[in-house]
Design a protein around this ligand. Structure first.
Ligand code: SF4
Ligand code: SF4
Length: 429
């Protein structure tokens, strides 16, 4: 019997057209409805001490945990949590090794020194020697080849340092601390600085929350809830010390994970209180608090990160902020279909991830000057996909676009904008 209740499934099939893996394969076993049936069979086999059907286990494991199905499901069947529970059982029972990528990430993301080491690795990947190694290794199979292909989406140059050491604090209004994150902090550190500037512009006091660590989302998705729980406890403690009204996330996956800490730590009342304070940055920023900015020449297509759109129900907030900043918006077909990033899915399931990446890159309208999104994994995946497709279109975090418009119009409040932010949004002035 599944530890996550999926009995509300009435097999209506409403979820099928929303499921990225079903869209790619057309195979019922790779659909949410199919996975619910397979999960029941697998848990029955486990309860009866029988061997597991490997094809069924593989079809369940190919779920992206994107939650698109849950958004349309009339019975609110928690397919994502059901798949996570099966992965956790597979890892803890020794049926499946803990993914190499998850082990590597735990090494880097669990401490400040680890994050600094990770950032040095990312910087090296962006130097000529690193670029040469990446060019050679992108043809490899498995995790190494997938990581090399993904590295093609790295921004150049990488920000000046870990963001949490440089974020401008201060301002007036509700007190907010940013979740620094792991990939966000090391690869897109300037986005955190820009978020702090925009939060102050929209009437918030920004403070830091020392002692925080990675949100644990990647580990939850990869079947390692033990590590995720340990980091969740640490974050609940760190943000309680900062005495804030809100915890702001700029990475959709992190925000969704923080908003589910009560699921990880059901007995901990502080985890419930913490979760209630979490907001995506787009939820906190009222577009009306941004002074009118002149129209921009760029047209922006918005990709809805799964854990923003499906897990948090946030879509229009991002578009409203971009429009307020003066950008023209153009529709992106299948805007909320997963790009294949999905945490470390693009490292553990490179073939399906590549199919979704190509589908996403091909869907970007020719008239779009930039693709905006709100998750570091999506940024890397989409940017790499566009480069592989020979498209010059850049992918950028929406925060960086809004910040750039405000900075160029001189609308940002003191302290002054750093001269060399390190961020370059290719193709934009
Ligand atoms: S998971 Fe939900 S939407 Fe999908 S078949 Fe079951 S009840 Fe219908
Ligand atoms: S979470 Fe995403 S990939 Fe998994 S079954 Fe639901 S829609 Fe499909």
């Amino acid at each position: 019997m599944s530890p996550v209740d999926t009995s509300a499934c009435v097999h209506c099939g409403l979820c099928l057209p929303t499921c990225p893996t079903y869209l790619v394969t057309g195979d019922e076993s790779e659909s949410p409805r199919g996975r619910v049936v397979l999960l029941n069979q697998l848990w029955d086999a486990i309860a009866n001490g029988q061997g597991l059907d490997r094809d069924a286990a593989r079809a369940v494991d190919s779920c992206l945990d994107c939650r698109a199905c849950e958004e349309v499901c009339p019975g609110h069947v928690p397919v994502g949590h059901a798949v996570e529970a099966f992965r956790a059982w597979a890892v803890s029972s020794g049926r499946r090794p803990r993914p190499l990528a998850a082990r590597g990430l735990a090494r880097y993301f669990g401490s400040e020194r680890g994050l600094e080491r990770f950032q040095r690795l990312v910087r090296w990947a962006n130097r000529p020697a690193g670029r040469t190694v990446i060019r050679w290794s992108r043809h490899f199979g498995g995790t190494a080849g997938a990581a090399a292909r993904l590295a093609q989406g790295l921004p150049a140059p990488i920000g000046a340092g870990l963001a949490h050491t440089k974020v401008h604090t201060g301002g007036q209004g509700p007190r907010v601390a940013l979740l620094d994150g792991c990939v966000m902090d090391t690869v897109y550190g300037d986005t955190a600085r820009h978020t702090a500037d925009l939060l102050r512009l929209t009437g918030h006091e920004v403070v830091s929350a020392p002692g925080q660590v990675c949100c644990g989302a990647l580990h939850t998705h990869a079947g390692d809830p033990g590590q995720a729980r340990q980091w969740a406890r640490q974050n609940v403690w760190a943000f309680s010390q900062a005495d804030v009204q809100y915890v702001a996330a700029t990475a959709a996956g992190c925000g969704a994970a923080l908003k589910e800490y009560s699921h990880l730590l059901p007995e901990d009342p502080e985890a419930h209180a913490f979760q209630a304070a979490v907001r995506d940055a787009a939820e906190l920023m009222d577009p009306e608090r941004i002074p009118p900015l002149p129209p921009r020449p760029e047209t922006v297509a918005v990709h809805d990160a799964c854990h923003l759109a499906h897990a948090q129900g946030i879509r229009q907030e991002v578009r409203a902020l971009l429009a307020r900043a003066g950008y023209r918006l153009v529709d992106l077909p299948e805007a909320d279909v997963c790009c294949g990033s999905a945490g470390i899915y693009n490292l553990t399931h490179p073939r399906m991830a590549a199919a979704l990446q190509q589908r996403k890159a091909a869907s970007v309208p020719l008239g779009a000057d930039v693709v905006a999104t709100s998750n570091p994994g999506c940024l890397l995946q989409i940017q790499a996909g566009l480069r592989q497709a020979g498209r010059p279109t850049p992918a950028a975090h929406w925060v960086d676009l809004v910040w750039q418009a405000a900075a160029q119009a001189g609308a940002l409040p003191a302290p002054p904008v750093p001269e060399a932010s390190g961020v370059e949004i290719h193709g934009l002035d």
